[in-house]
Write a protein that binds this ligand. Structure first.
Ligand SMILES: [Zn+2]
Length: 427
């Protein structure tokens, strides 16, 4: 269960982690209730050499990385995972013949644990970058199972006493946990979006998309589309007639104007709020990518030609316009591409993109590109190394981490021929 706190509750959360989550055994004299609950529900193991048959053991190692190390105070590692306080207090819990101390405690919240008297692992997540992964986890799809409904004698029946087509008696089931089930039964909203996002389409001159059925004649399609306008063309029109719109770029327009689908115009926004985002375009798409770049930089363009005009001169291509606007100096476009991808892409995709750029594009200062962008390619590596080798991320130096990222890059570089396929890029 992922619980979001409101902003007031989040103030100073990272400094107050110990008030909410603990990974130590309470003092049996000061808090006997807490001590009993932790001993009963929150002690991992014993595993390791003391108990190699424990369910958590794989290749003679505990997959949950117990016992943990002693730790004087709660800290956060580079990837935003908290490493909880586990002091060597001398307090033990006896499990079978073993005495287990704070290194074996699964993080918990004392009050919840005492109230509900069951195993309840509570952890805190307060790093913006780890949130990206939580979302991926929540949205990865549901746990499902195919189940068969049958009676004891093997005859499949549903309702009446007639045998039914057994193929139909298989159900594609979806698991929902008890709290989600209750939430749905009571009809609470399952999700909402706090701010509406207008996905802005754009196109090269004369390449506006139009829809038609296969029976339509070309004349008919052309006639019907003659007086239509795309949101981008309407944006140019708006700038021609409304001087107050000219201080915005295309992606800022939905904050101040509302798209009217029927009249195909942007009208002044009177209420509500919305933000605009341009659809993702892959850099190798060429002119359309440069058009997209211009649309996020040039305020109040009145036409495609206006976009291509720099210091009074109208250039032939959007790329030349970008060049003369200084948008491509100092490898700016590559930094732009990398940063855009890092917003929504996962590290393997970002590494792949980095390889694509260094293999296929002319980067002037590769070292600078690497130094400014490598961190976005490293997020998953800390996690992987923790899972595979039980390495604590705090023990990995920045140099080592860079080395691991480079290893990932070399891996893609060796397969660089397969890079031209662009379907795996994030939208
Ligand atoms: Zn274990």
């Amino acid at each position: 269960m992922l619980i979001w706190l409101n902003s007031d509750s989040k103030k100073n959360l990272s400094a107050n982690v110990d008030n909410y989550v603990s990974a130590e055994i309470p003092d049996p004299l000061k808090d006997p209730e807490g001590f009993n609950a932790v001993s009963k529900f929150m002690i991992h193991g014993p595993c390791g050499l003391q108990n190699p048959k424990c369910a958590c053991m794989k290749n003679f190692k505990c997959t949950k990385h117990f016992p943990k190390k002693y730790n004087a105070s709660t800290i956060f590692d580079q990837s935003g995972f908290p490493i909880y306080k586990r002091r060597n207090t001398g307090i033990n819990v006896k499990k079978g013949q073993f005495f287990l101390d704070n290194r074996w405690v699964v993080p918990y919240n004392r009050d919840l644990l005492v109230k509900y008297q069951c195993h309840m692992n509570v952890e805190i997540c307060c790093h913006a970058r780890s949130l990206k992964y939580l979302f991926k986890y929540c949205l990865k799809g549901h746990d499902r199972a195919t189940v068969e409904i049958s009676s004891e004698n093997g005859n499949v029946t549903i309702g009446a006493d007639q045998p039914v087509d057994e193929i139909n008696a298989y159900f594609d089931g979806r698991y929902i946990c008890a709290c989600e089930a209750a939430y749905r039964i009571f009809g609470y909203p399952i999700h909402y979006r706090s701010i509406s996002v207008h996905r802005l389409s754009f196109h090269l001159p004369g390449e506006r998309t139009c829809t038609f059925t296969e029976n339509d004649t070309l004349e008919k399609v052309a006639r019907r589309n003659r007086y239509k306008r795309s949101p981008l063309e309407a944006f140019f029109l708006l700038n021609q007639i409304d001087p107050s719109a000219r201080k915005y770029t295309y992606d800022q327009i939905p904050e101040h104007y509302v798209w009217n689908e029927v009249d195909m115009i942007w009208t002044m926004r009177k209420k509500g709020s919305q933000i605009g985002r341009l659809l993702y375009t892959h850099h190798s798409a060429g002119e359309i990518w440069y058009l997209r770049l211009l649309l996020t930089k040039v305020c109040g363009p009145t036409s495609f030609n206006h976009l291509k005009t720099v210091n009074g001169r109208c250039y032939n291509t959007f790329k030349e316009a970008c060049l003369n606007l200084g948008l491509l100096d100092d490898d700016k476009e590559w930094h732009e591409v990398m940063e855009e991808c890092a917003k929504s892409g996962l590290p393997p995709q970002i590494r792949q993109l980095f390889v694509h750029i260094i293999v296929n594009c002319q980067v002037t200062d590769l070292l600078n590109l690497w130094q400014r962008q490598w961190k976005s390619m490293a997020d998953d590596i800390l996690l992987q190394r923790r899972n595979l080798y039980g390495e604590e991320p705090t023990n990995i130096s920045e140099k080592q981490l860079q080395f691991y990222v480079l290893a990932g890059i070399v891996h893609y570089y060796c397969h660089a021929n397969a890079q031209s396929q662009s379907n795996s890029w994030p939208m």
